[in-house]
Design a protein around this ligand. Structure first.
Ligand SMILES: [Fe+2]
Length: 252
């Protein structure tokens, strides 16, 4: 049986500030939503930017937005091997459904099988340069990022994070920074260089989701996101240290 956290997410949706726990293959895990009430947070954070409601804005600029809450973290108490996709890079349906409902999903203290860990490539994204890895018409629109606890480099916590924002947040930040004009800007760009002058402690956990990759030495971490709905970038917490390359593979 594949890991299916959707029933747990149903419980969280009923009580989004809570934490739920469960057991999979004998291993305990805890689950929580990273940014409850994301839509309200986005509305509050950008309240003076466009003067129209978030749903009206999404319609007007043709950028869909469907997340009431944003980001899920599942942390296992003991290390576990998970099968999240097959050898043809088809993502488990239960994981797709989860990402569709809540956005980026982070699984801590987990790793892929030894055969699958070597799949994909490694990459390091530029600092605060929000982008997507895949276009919406490619057959593998999801990115699966990974930190391999058996790898001599990735065994250590990483000094750089990965940040995620919904497409409409990238749009709003661009307008807020006056890099584009609300009267004419429409649709999703392929690159947003944003937040350079923002105190990120004010944005993270309100409109920006951080995958920190900083679990203790020897902890596997996996993060899955949909390139059709979110933009991602690196965030060098320490500007002098970009962090090692993270595992990347595309699944559909
Ligand atoms: Fe990327």
């Amino acid at each position: 049986m594949p890991l299916d956290l959707n029933p747990d997410l149903d419980r969280l949706f009923a009580n989004p500030m809570a934490e739920v726990s469960g057991v999979f293959e004998g291993k305990k895990y805890r689950l929580k939503i990273v940014i409850p009430d994301y839509a309200r947070n986005v509305t509050d954070f950008y309240h003076d930017v466009t003067g129209i409601s978030l749903p009206d804005l999404c319609r007007r600029v043709e950028i869909p937005f469907g997340y009431k809450h944003f980001g899920l973290v599942c942390e296992f108490a003991a290390p576990i091997e998970l099968k999240l996709h097959d050898d043809d890079m088809a993502l488990e349906q239960s994981v797709k459904s989860l990402v569709d409902r809540i956005g980026p999903v982070s699984i801590k203290n987990a790793y892929l099988s030894s055969q699958q860990r070597s799949m994909g490539h490694r990459n390091r994204f530029p600092h605060l340069s929000f982008h997507v890895d895949r276009s919406s018409n490619q057959p593998t629109p999801y990115s699966l990022f990974s930190r391999d606890p058996f790898d001599p480099e990735q065994i250590e916590p990483r000094t750089a994070s990965t940040l995620f924002v919904a497409n409409i947040v990238a749009y709003l930040q661009l307008i807020k920074e006056k890099q584009a004009d609300f009267a004419t800007e429409k649709g999703i760009r392929t690159l947003y260089n944003i937040f350079a002058k923002t105190d990120m402690s004010q944005a993270i956990n309100r409109v920006v989701l951080e995958q920190a990759w900083n679990a203790p030495r020897g902890t596997g971490e996996i993060c899955i996101q949909d390139n059709r709905t979110v933009q991602h970038a690196s965030y060098y917490r320490d500007a002098a240290r970009q962090g090692y390359k993270i595992g990347v593979r595309y699944v559909g």
